[in-house]
Design a protein around this ligand. Structure first.
Ligand code: CA
Length: 239
């Protein structure tokens, strides 16, 4: 699960980020409203933590623009203590919940889980590609009727690839969505993860669903059972 934290107070931002990372979320953060909105509009997040008082663009404007652009990502607003007006404004603009500052991390985490649960019941909770099924609530993958054991990172990578099914995703897209913006794109960690993922979701003799597009990136694709491009081995990734 990916969460975006838009908060200008560095201490608060890292307090939230560290806490969420400990709970195995993938966290991006933005220090002002303008960059936060830009990141939110161009990426998929499962939830956004949005402060009201922000430089460049305040939280209400960010929320308003997000919703008018059709983004339904659940939003938890951080409001100043005792400002009823702020809470009402936020909820009217489409915030899913609010949390007055200061707060305990446990409460923030509980509210985030709650808004993510709420939103996931409205949309489909299953993603599929061929006979691979991903349950986005329980974070479990199935293929050939069997559960596939995945680490948090492998799951995040697979979910991203399936959400972008039939599209080629480059290494830098994967980096931005599954790792962090400042992640070293020169490292071969993505290839290592892809290889590991492949060994779990594919089988020799079955149609290939995760393709390597040499020099460009990767693509998940739908296949029919009689597809001719079958898995032979994984050596093409060793380039
Ligand atoms: Ca602030």
């Amino acid at each position: 699960m990916r969460i975006l934290v838009i908060e200008d107070e560095r201490k608060v931002a890292s307090f939230i980020k560290n806490g969420l990372e400990e709970e195995r979320y993938i966290v991006e953060s933005a220090p002002d409203g303008e960059s936060g909105l830009d990141i939110a509009l161009n990426n998929h997040f499962d939830a956004i933590v949005l402060d009201v008082m922000l430089p460049k663009k305040d939280g209400f404007s960010v929320l308003k623009e997000l919703r008018s652009a059709g983004k339904v990502t659940p939003v938890l607003m951080l409001t100043a203590r005792g400002t009823t007006e702020d809470r009402v404004t936020g909820l009217d603009l489409g915030a899913d919940d609010y949390l007055p500052k200061p707060f305990h991390f446990e409460e923030l985490a509980a509210r985030l889980r709650s808004i993510m649960r709420r939103s996931s019941t409205e949309k489909s909770t299953k993603l599929t590609c061929a006979d691979l099924v991903l349950d986005t609530v329980s974070h479990v993958a199935f293929r050939w009727g069997k559960e596939i054991e995945l680490t948090t990172k492998e799951y995040a990578l697979l979910e991203y690839l399936i959400r972008n099914k039939s599209r080629i995703v480059s290494r830098s897209m994967i980096t931005q969505h599954v790792w962090k913006h400042n992640f070293d794109t020169e490292s071969n960690i993505i290839d290592v993860y892809i290889k590991r993922l492949r060994s779990k979701i594919e089988k020799v003799g079955h149609p290939k669903i995760l393709q390597s597009i040499r020099g460009v990136g990767y693509r998940m694709r739908e296949v029919s059972p009689d597809d001719t491009e079958q898995i032979e081995d994984y050596s093409e990734d060793d380039s």
